[in-house]
Design a binder for this molecule. Sequence first.
Ligand SMILES: Nc1ncnc2c1ncn2[C@@H]1O[C@H](COP(=O)(O)OP(=O)(O)OP(=O)(O)O)[C@@H](O)[C@H]1O
Length: 286
Amino acid sequence: MEVNQPVSDEEIAELVAPDRDIAVAVGEPLVELTELTVQFGGLTALDHVTFDIKRGEILGLIGPNGAGKTTCFNAMTGVYKPSHGTVTMEGKSLVGKKKHAITRAGVARTFQNIRLFGEMTALENVVVGLDARHRTSVPGAIFRTPRHIREERESIDRGMALLEFVGIADKATSPSRSLPYGYQRRLEIARALATDPKLLCLDEPAAGFNPAEKEELMELIRQIRTDGYTVLLIEHDMKLVMGVTDRIVVLEFGRKIADDIPTKIQQDPAVIAAYLGVEDDDDGVA
Ligand SMILES: Nc1ncnc2c1ncn2[C@@H]1O[C@H](COP(=O)(O)OP(=O)(O)OP(=O)(O)O)[C@@H](O)[C@H]1O
C-alpha cells in the first residue's frame, strides 16, 4: 500500500471528521434506551434500564463487575436481542437490526478484548473499516475502474489521518499483532472511527494502561469529542471516568441506580454503597 502522510493538522482534522460539525455542543438525545431488558435464562442481566446519550457528550457507564455494562453495549450494537424495551438512534429503532446495519446507522465500538486482524498492518486494519462505506462493485475492484482507484486513494489518505489522529501513524506499515499493547488499543479506536460513527462506544479502553497512558487516553477521548463524535465509555478506572465524562450512568445488578454529573455521582449514597467492599482500588468511587 502506498502511503501519503497528511500534511497539516487541518488536513488531518478534515480527513478524520469529514462533513462534521466540529466541537458540537451537548444537545438533544442521539440515542435513547427505554426500559431495556436482557435475560439469559433465569438471569436478568439488564433490568428495565432507561437513559439517553446526548449528542456531543461523553457519557460514562459504570458499575461493579457483572452490573450489566457490557450487556448494555451488546444490546445496543446488535449482539444481543433485548427481551423487552427499545433502543433508538435519532428516533429510529436499532433493535433487531444486524450488526452491519447498526454500524451503518452510526454506532461503532471497541471491545474489552482487542479484536484486530493480527497479520494485517495497522493501516490495513483501518482501511477495512473504511471499505464498509464504499460503493465500488466487485467488477470495479477487479478491473480497477477510476472510481475504485479514487476510493482506494481516499481510503489510504483517511486511514493515515486516523492513525495520525490516534498517535500511531509511525506504525502504519507494521503488522498489528507486533504493535505494543497501547498502540493496539489506539488502533482499535481508529478502526472504529473509520466507520464514521455518530456514537463511539469504548469498552474499557484503559484496561492494562499505566498512569501516563491513561492520561494520554483521556486527552484522545476529549479530542474525539471535540471532533464532533459522541462517546459512551465503560471504564473501571474512576479517575479516568471522573476526569473525562460529562455525565455518568451507574448500573448495579442490571438496574440503573444513578444518572448524574461526575461530582454528584461521587457523593451519591446508592453509588457509594454499590462500591463498598470492592477491594480493587480501581473500582473505588472516590
Ligand atoms: N452471554 C451470556 N450468557 C449468560 N450470562 C451472561 C452473558 N453475558 C453476560 N452474562 C451475565 O450477565 C451479567 C452482566 O454481565 P456484564 O458482562 O454485562 O457485566 P459488566 O458490568 O460488563 O461486568 P464487568 O465489569 O465484569 O465486565 C453477569 O452476571 C454475567 O455473568
